[in-house]
Design a protein around this ligand. Structure first.
Ligand code: MG
Length: 258
C-alpha cells in the first residue's frame, strides 16, 4: 500500500510539474543591465536565466539581409534620423548603436548565439512585410538559415500575418511549431489549418478564457503575450496556459516556483 501511495505521489508530482507554464523572454531578457530588446546580450541573458525560450523579431532589410529588430523603425519616435528597417540596408542600420551599445544583430548572429545553449529555444516572430511575395521569401530565407545552423528542433515560429503562418506550415519540417499571434482566429480554425498553437494577447484570452481549454482539447499549445504585471502573471498561471511571454521573466519564474 505504501508503495502504491509513493508511486501515486511521484506521478502526481510529475503531472503537476508538467502542468506548469513555461516562460519565454519577450525580445530576450532585456531588462537586465547591459542588454536591450532583441540584442545578443538579451538572448544570452535568457539562456543564463534558464527560461524555456527567448523570443525575437525578424525583418528583411532593403538589401536582402535578415535582421533581429522589432521595427518598423530604428530610432526614437520623433527623431528626424530614424530609419525604416525594411527600407534601409544592413550597413546603414548597423551605423547606429542600440541602447546597450550593440548594433542590430543579423539573424545569423542570433542563431550562432542560439546554438551555444541547447536548453533555450528561439521563438522567431516573422514580422509583416509589404507583400505576400516578400513574406514568402522571408519565410524561405528564415527556414534556410535555421537549417544551415542545424537548429530546426530548437526554433519555433510566430507571426501576426496568416499568410506568413500558412507559409511556415507549408514549408517548415513536419512537427515545427507555428503559432498565430493576431488573436482573431478560433482554436478550431487554427487546428484545421495546421497550426500547433495560438499565441494571443492577454486581453484576448481574458475575453475568451474558454479558448484555452478548447485549444488544449485539440492538442494546440496556448501562449500568451506580453504578461508583465504580477496579477496578470497569476491569472495566466491559474488558467493553465502552456507558455507565458513576458518582459519580466524573473518574476514569472518565481511565481511558477522555479
Ligand atoms: Mg515579437
Amino acid at each position: 500500500m505504501k508503495k502504491i501511495i509513493t508511486v501515486a505521489a511521484a506521478l502526481l508530482a510529475v503531472v503537476s510539474l508538467q502542468a506548469q507554464p513555461q516562460v519565454i523572454a519577450h525580445r530576450g531578457y532585456h531588462a537586465k543591465q547591459g542588454a536591450a530588446r532583441n540584442t545578443l546580450a538579451a538572448l544570452e541573458n535568457a539562456q543564463q536565466l534558464g527560461v524555456y525560450g527567448s523570443e525575437c523579431d525578424v525583418n528583411l532589410t532593403s538589401d536582402g539581409e535578415l535582421v533581429v529588430i522589432h521595427g518598423p523603425w530604428l530610432g526614437e519616435k520623433n527623431a528626424p534620423d530614424r530609419l525604416n528597417v525594411q527600407k534601409s540596408d544592413l550597413a546603414t542600420l548597423r551605423s547606429k548603436k542600440l541602447e546597450n551599445g550593440e548594433v542590430v544583430p543579423t539573424l545569423d548572429e542570433y542563431l550562432d548565439q542560439t546554438a551555444k545553449d541547447s536548453n533555450c529555444k528561439l521563438i522567431i516572430e516573422i514580422k509583416d512585410h509589404d507583400t505576400p511575395q516578400i513574406e514568402t521569401k522571408v519565410v524561405k530565407m528564415v527556414l534556410d538559415a535555421v537549417k544551415r545552423h542545424k537548429l530546426q528542433d530548437r526554433v519555433e515560429y510566430i507571426a501576426f500575418r496568416e499568410h506568413v503562418c500558412n507559409e511556415l506550415i507549408r514549408l517548415a519540417p513536419a512537427g515545427t511549431k507555428v503559432a498565430y499571434l493576431n488573436g482573431t482566429l478560433k482554436p478550431k480554425y487554427l487546428h484545421a489549418a495546421g497550426y500547433t498553437g495560438l499565441d494571443y494577447k492577454l486581453d484576448v484570452l481574458k475575453k475568451n478564457p474558454k479558448w484555452i481549454d478548447e485549444a488544449h482539447k485539440l492538442g494546440l499549445t496556448v501562449n500568451v503575450w506580453t504578461v508583465n504585471k504580477t496579477e496578470d502573471l497569476k491569472w495566466v498561471i491559474d488558467h493553465n496556459v502552456d507558455y507565458i511571454t513576458t518582459d519580466n521573466p524573473v518574476e514569472a519564474l518565481s511565481l511558477i516556483g522555479r
